[in-house]
Design a protein around this ligand. Structure first.
Ligand SMILES: Cc1cc2nc3c(=O)[nH]c(=O)nc-3n(C[C@H](O)[C@H](O)[C@H](O)COP(=O)(O)OP(=O)(O)OC[C@H]3O[C@@H](n4cnc5c(N)ncnc54)[C@H](O)[C@@H]3O)c2cc1C
Length: 478
């Protein structure tokens, strides 16, 4: 007879790994299925092209149906946390109050979530990027903000010992070669493995079949069809992956809100050409963010950032010799991103082949927010004496959210306050897909905090002692 696990966890990113840690720590028998490969500091790809094509879904070229937005999302063990910038921010009252209003979940407040943030942060090395680690790109950012009277703040990252003087932080987005970035590989996933978690990589789940006492998860493992059985299933495949799996598995009929209210924090990249060398590719890639209520209220934030040469060739709207001329001045480029708190909800669907079909309108308020941010960036660079200012003519998204919103109404949401899919209590989701709206703040710390909160709900229901709950865990069937 096939083994029946307590929990099958689909996806190994911010949500899946945090849940795996807390569930295995309480003695649950868990298996994690991850579509991507396992990489480490000795095997991460060594060039930009391979990074994109090997570590991201769709080779880093996933897009909406009309290609107005490009998505980057990790496909590897540890998920987005291995390829992200590890900027870890708590949500403010603007974001959490809106969530409470939309979802009816009382825990969504700065005070209510503090305990979950504290718990997650106690497992991570956190580091504020101090001024002696800044490069010229960050210095220009702060100088421009100061000159125009805007407020900024230092960024906080999950990192241990980056040795920025060695000057290859840019490579971090293709996986950290120093085991400094606090990805799941080094933190929650490593702990879960030590607790006995089984991990199956290169296992792409195709659908979930759901009964009242058991869940069967079908997929392709190293090219062979395989089925995993468990008493409960945690879908932590990231916003697009989780929506896709539920849609493919036929849940839309019973859950009309599935695939609705999709948000993406669209970004506009801006490059300014200076007469002096900036060398934005050296040292800490990002160090400063806007901390100005005027911008927050207008729905955008600004961060200093840069990308590798291949990324720049895609961002600059030029071809041939013109592009070559720009690339020869790579060292003279400063860069800042505009990221918006989007309000124009998109939709996620799958076609008859199970492929994602995503729409994201950005012609109204979202465009207005983006343009308001770009105007400020232009003003800053003009004040700093930039020779030329360029805004990329396409948008991309690093933060996909929603489609399986949390809430009390099965008509307007997909999971209940305890992160169980409405009407299917042995199906649990706590990843980015449960966000009821876009916070306009880096999401991964809150995905982890939500997943910690979800682990408490699950363990309580599962009968393991959490806060004030005393029943014993049930036996696992083999
Ligand atoms: C370049 C980049 C920079 C970023 N920078 C930051 C930052 O600085 N701060 C921040 O807060 N956020 C950042 N993010 C976003 C952040 O990484 C994500 O929001 C976060 O990782 C999402 O967590 P998750 O658990 O929802 O999904 P993920 O971390 O994406 O994990 C989902 C996992 O599920 C797997 N999966 C999907 N479908 C299947 C399937 N069918 N079968 C099996 N496995 C499947 C995927 O391969 C993936 O590993 C960044 C993202 C990118 C791409």
């Amino acid at each position: 007879m096939s083994k029946i696990y307590d929990f099958v966890i689909i996806g190994s990113g911010a949500s899946g790994s945090v849940l795996a840690h807390y569930l295995t720590a309480s003695g649950a028998n868990c298996v994690m299925l991850e579509a991507g490969r396992e990489w480490d500091k000795s095997t991460f790809p060594r060039n930009e092209m391979h990074t994109n094509s090997r570590l991201f879904w769709g080779g880093g070229m996933d897009a909406t149906t009309n290609a107005n937005l490009l998505f980057l999302r990790g496909k590897l063990l540890g998920g987005g946390t291995v390829v992200n910038q590890a900027l870890l921010d708590r949500f403010d009252d603007l974001a959490l109050d809106e969530w409470r209003e939309l979802s009816g979940v009382d825990a969504y407040s700065v005070e209510g979530m503090a305990r979950h943030y504290d718990e997650i942060e106690s497992h991570l090395n956190l580091h504020t990027i101090e001024r002696d680690e800044w490069n010229k790109n960050a210095e220009l950012y702060a100088e421009g903000f100061d000159k125009l009277g805007y407020q900024w703040a230092k960024l906080r990252r999950g990192q241990k010992d980056c040795q920025v003087d060695k000057n290859d932080c840019m490579a971090c987005l293709g996986g950290c070669r120093r085991d400094s970035k606090q990805s799941m590989l080094l933190t929650f996933l490593a702990k879960a493995r030590a607790n006995g978690l089984s991990v199956k990589t290169e296992f792409e789940v195709s659908d979930i079949a759901h009964g009242s006492h058991q869940v069967a998860v079908h997929g392709s493992h190293h090219g062979q069809q395989e089925t995993i059985y468990a008493r409960k299933c945690i879908v932590a495949a990231g916003t697009l992956g989780t929506n896709r799996l539920l849609l493919k598995s036929g849940y839309k009929e019973r859950l009309p809100a599935l695939g609705e209210r999709f948000f993406a924090h669209p970004q506009w990249m801006n490059v300014a050409m200076f007469d002096e060398e900036i060398n934005a590719h050296k040292g800490a890639l990002q160090a400063v963010k806007s901390d100005d209520m005027r911008f927050r209220k207008q729905g955008f934030k600004l961060e200093n950032v840069f990308v590798g040469p291949m990324g720049v060739t895609m961002l600059i709207p030029a071809h041939g010799m013109e592009l070559l001329n720009y690339m020869e001045r790579y060292r003279y480029m400063a860069s800042m991103e505009v990221c918006i708190r989007d309000v124009e909800a998109g939709t996620i669907r799958v076609n008859s082949k199970g492929r994602l079909q995503i729409t994201k309108p950005m012609q109204g308020e979202d465009l207005r927010r983006g343009m308001a941010g770009v105007k400020v960036v232009k003003e800053i660079y003009q004040r700093l004496g930039a020779r030329e200012f360029i805004t990329s003519n396409f948008n991309f998204s690093l933060h996909q959210m929603g489609g399986c919103s949390i809430g009390s109404s099965p008509e307007r949401s997909v999971v209940n306050e305890s992160y169980q899919v409405h009407g299917h209590e042995n199906l649990i989701i706590a990843d980015g897909s449960v966000f009821p709206s876009a916070p306009g703040i880096n999401p991964s710390l809150t995905i982890m905090a939500n997943s910690h909160r979800a682990s408490e709900c699950i363990l309580k229901e599962f009968g393991v002692k959490t806060e004030g709950c005393t029943a014993k865990k049930e036996q696992v069937h083999e």
